[in-house]
Design a protein around this ligand. Structure first.
Ligand SMILES: Cc1cc2nc3c(=O)[nH]c(=O)nc-3n(C[C@H](O)[C@H](O)[C@H](O)COP(=O)(O)O)c2cc1C
Length: 326
């Protein structure tokens, strides 16, 4: 039988929720990368990674805009200067990846006739300053073929993981419903806390998909490429007060499985973040008709693969950086 909760208990639960939210507020004030960024080596490094990746992403579009991102590159180079000045003892090798992205950008802009001398001079100065050796660094974009990807996307777990990439341009056709259905059925195998399966999906095609990609903004420069948007949400009705973040955890696990499942069917995907302020997210209810008990987890842009396409290299950190044995 479902227990009725008396008024006093209801009141205590509301206070408990306020304490949880306050605890998260305090944690965010200390550790969020937007706050006091310059005072933390870790936050600064993450900021540089993000700024470098934005450039890599730009290079992976079907037609990168001529001369795109010059302002962002100059800002990145200034931030690298500041990093070296603020943290003279810090790992100089960390700079290799962002610098190497700038190198890839310079190679691209030289080829496309949009060479910027200020960027090239600043880059050379930094390379000389840290005596950079890029031999072990991969950055920029690489070419992938549909045949290669199809040979690997469903032949084993390892090759599935290594053959998946975020793809930012697709063939013109809309993905067939039976492929989407298959991926949804596969992703349904995601484990969840107490098997509540609190995820939901909303599939958009055509005009509504395009509207969603434009509203999103993180698909800037490739909004028209996304042929189908699958919005993954989490149902807050499935979770209790002691687990207010669980909706994002279960939803995130589901979203990852959905991305891999779509990839296993041979479709291409681009995950699009739902990390926005709540006032922007309110459009999901008012414009896209998403129930208010559902919080957005991820938009997965989907499409068929072109014969050949470029993807960002998106090099991974070595596991000794992200793992601690206890
Ligand atoms: C939660 C999440 C949000 C993302 N948001 C965007 C986005 O808004 N725009 C974009 O172009 N790529 C986005 N990406 C793709 C990442 O840039 C990409 O996953 C990362 O660089 C690793 O590359 P890979 O997916 O090719 O392995 C997102 C990925 C994730 C997981």
């Amino acid at each position: 039988m479902i227990q009725r909760i008396d008024a006093w208990t209801q009141f205590k639960l509301r206070c408990r929720l306020a304490r949880e939210i306050f605890a998260f507020w305090s944690l965010s004030l200390r550790h969020n990368a937007s706050i006091a960024t310059d005072r933390s080596l870790n936050k600064t490094q993450n900021t540089l990674l993000r700024e470098a990746h934005v450039i890599e992403k730009g290079l992976s579009l079907r037609h990168p805009r001529r001369g795109f991102g010059q302002g962002k590159i100059l800002a990145l180079l200034r931030n690298i200067d500041r990093y070296l000045a603020t943290y003279p003892e810090a790992d100089k090798d960390f700079i290799l990846y962002p610098l190497s992205v700038v190198g890839s950008y310079i190679a691209h802009s030289t080829k496309t006739g949009s060479f910027n001398a200020d960027i090239a001079t600043h880059f050379k100065q930094l390379v000389a300053r840290i005596d950079a050796d890029f031999s072990a660094i991969q950055s920029g974009v690489k070419e992938v073929t549909r045949d290669q990807l199809h040979a690997n996307c469903n032949s084993g777990f390892e090759s599935l993981l290594f053959s998946r990439h975020s793809i930012r341009y697709f063939a013109a056709a809309t993905p067939a419903r039976d492929l989407i259905q298959k991926a949804l059925r596969l992703a349904q195998q995601t484990p969840s806390a107490c098997n509540r399966q609190g995820w939901r999906t909303h599939v958009f095609h055509g005009e509504s998909c395009n509207r969603m990609a434009i509203w999103h903004g993180g698909a800037s420069g490739f909004e028209d490429e996304v042929r189908c948007c699958i919005l993954v949400t989490g149902d807050m009705n499935a979770f209790l007060l002691h687990e207010i973040h669980q909706v994002y955890i279960d939803g995130g696990m589901y979203a990852m499985n959905l991305v891999n499942a779509l990839h296993s069917t041979g479709l291409g995907t681009i995950p699009l973040s739902c990390g926005f302020f709540h006032d922007k997210l309110s459009a999901l209810k008012t414009v896209f008709d998403i129930p208010s008990n559902e919080v957005p987890i991820l938009i997965v842009g989907v499409g068929y693969l072109e014969d050949r396409f470029r993807v960002a290299v998106s090099a991974r950190k070595p596991i000794h950086v992200t793992n601690t044995y206890h």
